[in-house]
Design a protein around this ligand. Sequence first.
Ligand code: FAD
Ligand code: MLT
Ligand code: ZN
Length: 476
Amino acid sequence: LSSEKYNIQRKTFGTIDPSDVGYFRSILGEDRVLTDESDVLPYNIDWIKNCRGQSRVVLKPRSTEEVSSILKYCNDKRLAVCPQGGNTGLVGGSVPVFDEIVINFALMNKIITLDDLSGALVCEAGCILENLDNYVRDRGLIMPLDLGAKGTCHIGGNASTNAGGLRLLRYGNLHGSILGIEAVKADGTIIDCLRALKKDNTGYHLKHLFIGSEGTLGLVTKVAIHCPVLPKSVNLGFFGVKNFENVLKLYKSAKSKLGEILSAFEMADFDSIDCTVKNLNLPNPISEYPFYVLVETHGSDEAHDSEKLTRFLTSEMETGLIVDGTVASEPAKMQTIWNLRESIAGAGLAGGYVFKYDVSIPLKNYYDLVPVLRKRLGDKAIKVFGYGHVGDGNIHINVTVPQYTKEVSSLIEPYIFEEVSKLNGSISAEHGIGFRKPMYMHYSKDQSALQLMKDLKQLMDPNGILNPYKVLPDEA
Ligand code: FAD
Ligand code: MLT
Ligand code: ZN
């Protein structure tokens, strides 16, 4: 249990009783109120099997009005809730800690409108990212974000975590792409900021309060999001690189030589790919190298774009920045390469337990902490590996161990966050704070900023029922 593992005390919320379940059944019907222990269990466990809550009730609303009625009731009775999308979050934010009621958005999955001229898509929060991408692709557009969890994560979860992903380098983050949001406050008030306009300077940009606040300020029920045009030509390169210094040189060169068509620049070290290839039995299209780089282009002229990427490969093989490489434009081959990269996230789980860290570090020090942690942990870790979104200065450091132990945990935390802070980095680049990091927030946010967060929380959720034990440090 998360509460025991991390020594957390339950706050003084109400306790759910049969009359509460009766009320929820009166508004949702029998089927959308889960109380059977085995039905509820999967909603209590997070994707990396690090956190486990003790909820006894899962609610599955189908409309904003239902979400509003649920929250009004819970707020009046001081019943705590845990909003949940696809439950792919990696910081324990999407599962309850104690008996919080899970409000799962899976049934709020309707697409409302798509304007194929402006690219504005309006949909409910529970739409699965990949389904949205398939839908808009058929109409000449793509979703502005892409991540390994696309087949499961929800757009509402993406908005609530301000998810980054594989193409942020090109299409920017969700604070830029999300045009509007509809959300429900703790007391049940529906906040309609669902404009699908690019420009709307009518006072405070309230939608931003809900983007990245991980369900602590309100529940996102609908999203309006800008979809870029489907690129006519997509090319992918997968390169072997001798050392990390050359990865950075290659990044600089890619920005200048590929310019406007560059859409992703990802890196993975030897152990990331080795672990993924071996644990998941996936093919590596090139030989083994200390570092791998994946470069993608999105453009409008296939001949021009593929020539540009091939020329980049040839010239950087001459300079020695690339030791070996392959380029592809056939969907199946590109898919194999992306699949290898996207599968790193889960590869460590096959060997036991994985400690995951998602940090931003200025590029010149981007990889520094991987060798430092390897040395610090010695044979206490199976592997320490680093991979991530170089273009965004975001590295994921994973430590795999046979099983979770407090000893290894305390060797890594708070040490890693102290080091990130010394390097002027962020302790959470894209995954959020969730349950796992509130106590470390001060490494990246000063007291005045934390106080303002606390004031906002007090204003929007005075009883603290929305996703308690998450994001805000207790002492802030
Ligand atoms: P959940 O995990 O269900 O919830 C995440 C948080 O949002 C929780 O705090 C939850 O309470 C809250 N929440 C969910 N829905 C709502 C709502 N409607 N209203 C209010 N609060 C809500 N993340 C990245 O940023 N970049 C990546 O590249 C990336 N790759 C991943 C790859 C894999 C294989 C996996 C498993 C995860 C990856 N993630 C990545 C992390 C995760 O997928 C993202 O954080 C994603 O945005 C979470 O969406 P979800 O629907 O699963 O949300
Ligand atoms: C990724 O970039 O693969 C994701 O953020 C998931 C992870 O950190 O493992
Ligand atoms: Zn990532």
